[in-house]
Design a protein. Structure first.
Length: 97
């Protein structure tokens, strides 16, 4: 999966202007939220919890312009609960942010 490292920064810059400190703070908040959503998926014991975590991650990614992560999270919502391959793909995608 290709990743555009500038997409999130461009989205943030469009929202807040040329404020590097604020962009860095918002980026960190995004990463923390993405990691929490991924953790919720890791802890999911049923399909509803799994899908809720995936949808949270998808919505978060959409809000920050992380289109590829958004698409992957959409795929995850349809994957079986605890799908190890999907969790690995999601973890890699979040780590690349």
């Amino acid at each position: 999966m290709a990743y555009d490292p500038g997409a999130i920064d461009a989205t943030l810059a469009a929202a807040v202007g040329d404020e590097p400190a604020l962009i860095a703070e918002l980026r960190e908040a995004f990463l923390d939220s993405a990691k929490r959503a991924l953790h919720a998926m890791l802890a999911a014991e049923d399909g509803d919890s799994w899908r809720q975590g995936a949808w949270r991650l998808k919505g978060l990614a959409a809000s920050f312009g992380a289109i590829r992560l958004m698409a992957l999270a959409g795929e995850a919502a349809a994957a079986p609960v605890g799908d190890i391959q999907m969790l690995r793909r999601l973890r890699r995608a979040v780590e690349r942010l």
